[in-house]
Design a protein around this ligand. Structure first.
Ligand code: PMP
Length: 472
């Protein structure tokens, strides 16, 4: 018995076979009940760092002053919505505050359907958009494994996977070809008298294994969707607030402006809050909306503190530079290890695709699990595996992740990959012998870690303005 008998077996846990009991956390570290401190590369929710004192202080103080439901005006509500929306293109000017990514996507679907007066939805294969019935219907990752299967109003298009998809990294016209495929699927649906309400997707497609579409992909696809009468929804639940570096929102890398944007996970730094931002015209088509807890004063002051910390601690700039160093070093791991098929991502949103070997590109699902477990057990680093084959090690640490953390992660990955390659060789060639030679590093960690000492911990030096000791 692991003390979980009252919790549904269907509720997913990190490290299912040996779940962690985390008792406290700060910045990018989590501590378990044995006092072991882990480097957290999983919690994209603890965006500005676990239990950030400014966020905690704001929430505590508001809890002691006023907790009300939606339906009252408050200064924090006005200030928060104004500040949040100021990070969006001008046309996206109306904000709804809700409580989870699922609730945000459900509202986005309602808005799209109300505005277009149509029902059909285009989604990426393997996409996941939330846990409400409405969203299971449009999440191939879920409905593919369910008796209900795909509903007639859902149209599934391939996502532009430049490593494993039909058109790959060496194809200069991959974007056009993927969009053409999508267009053909859509044309067929329209021929069958289906009418389009919307297309919904992540812009960096984390749930499909951190897919980074080619630069011109969304421009072309959004045109096709709009010509067919649909609106475009960007699901930024995982990727907003600078996660992908450079910009506040990940669709900005693609120079497009969606019609509806949904936000979730990082908004409250762990406090459950989410949002939908859209145009005045689309919002006006829906009419009444009410969410009991959406936009309550506690959520608003927490949300404001998160935005404030992102700006004051220059977390988007930090994610851009730390992410760049990490990405470049991981590319070198790819050169060194035959099990690393691909490294991709933007900012602090990076995926390593683990394969049996580079030429077959066969997903190494079991090996990926071993790597995830060894990083946890031997190096106290928490990562997770995503993607349809569960073979993409996904790195989405809190945004205060430093250059030093990046170096630790990189060295741990190098060591685990080397050890796993050794295990594989041993199992193919149990008597040792020449096979073992292949596990010798081609280049050493020292060769491929080109960080300057002054880079290390640089973002930490800027934080925090309030110390952790100030929070009792
Ligand atoms: N959209 C995306 C892209 C997600 O990754 C998730 C959650 N993993 C959701 C929506 C649903 O968010 P929540 O779990 O907060 O309801």
């Amino acid at each position: 018995m692991d003390g979980r008998s009252e919790i549904s077996r269907g509720c997913l846990m990190h490290f299912e076979t040996a779940p962690l009991k985390i008792v406290r956390a700060e910045k990018q570290y989590m501590t378990d009940n044995y006092g072991i401190r882990y480097l957290d590369c999983v919690s994209n929710v603890a965006h500005v760092g676990h239990c950030h004192p400014q966020v905690v202080t704001a929430g505590k103080s508001q809890m002691a002053t006023l907790v009300s439901s939606q339906g009252f005006i408050s200064d924090s509500l006005m200030k928060y919505t104004k500040q949040l929306v100021s990070n969006f293109p001008d046309t996206l000017s109306v904000c709804y505050l809700v409580n989870s990514g699922s609730e945000a996507n459900d509202l986005a679907l309602r808005l799209a359907r109300a505005y277009t007066n149509q029902k059909d939805v285009v989604v990426f294969d393997d996409a996941y958009h939330g846990n409400l019935g409405n969203l299971i219907d449009i999440s191939p990752r879920m409905f593919k494994h369910m008796a209900q299967g795909k509903k007639e109003f859902v149209h599934v298009i391939p996502y532009p996977d430049m490593y494993r998809g039909r058109y790959r990294e060496d194809d200069l016209h991959a974007a056009e070809k993927y969009v053409l495929e999508a267009e053909q699927i859509l044309q067929q649906a329209l021929k069958n008298n289906r009418k389009l309400a919307c297309f919904i997707s992540e812009s960096v497609v984390v749930n499909c294994g951190v897919i980074v579409p080619p630069k011109n992909y969304f421009k072309l696809l959004y045109n096709v969707i709009r010509e067919a009468g649909g609106v475009c929804i960007a699901d930024e639940v995982q990727t907003a607030l600078g996660r992908t570096g450079e910009y506040f929102l990940s669709f900005e890398h693609y120079e497009v402006v969606p019609d509806i944007v949904t936000l979730g996970k990082p908004l409250g730094n762990g406090h459950p809050m989410a949002a939908v931002i859209t145009t005045r015209e689309i919002a006006d088509s829906l009419g009444e909306y009410y969410s009991t807890f959406g936009g309550n004063p506690v959520a608003c002051v927490i949300g404001l503190a998160v935005l404030d910390v992102i700006q004051n601690e220059k977390l988007i700039q930090s994610a851009t530079s730390v992410g760049k160093t990490l990405f470049e070093n991981l590319q070198l791991l790819k050169l060194k290890h035959h099990n690393v098929g691909d490294v991709r991502g933007l900012g602090l949103c990076i995926g390593l695709e683990i394969v049996e070997d580079k030429s077959s590109r066969k997903p190494a699902t079991e090996l990926t699990q071993t790597i995830v477990m060894r990083l946890k057990e031997e190096h106290h680093i928490l990562v997770q595996a995503l993607g349809p084959n569960r073979n993409v090690i996904t790195l989405t640490p809190p945004m205060c992740f430093t250059q030093l953390n990046a170096r630790c992660l990189f060295q741990a990955l190098d060591s685990v990959l080397t050890a796993c390659a050794g295990d594989q060789t041993m199992s193919m060639n149990p008597s040792g012998g020449i096979g073992l030679q292949q596990t010798r590093p081609l280049i050493s960690v020292e060769d491929i870690t080109h960080l300057e000492d002054e880079d290390i911990g640089e973002p930490d030096a800027k934080r925090p303005r309030i110390s952790y000791d100030d929070v009792d």
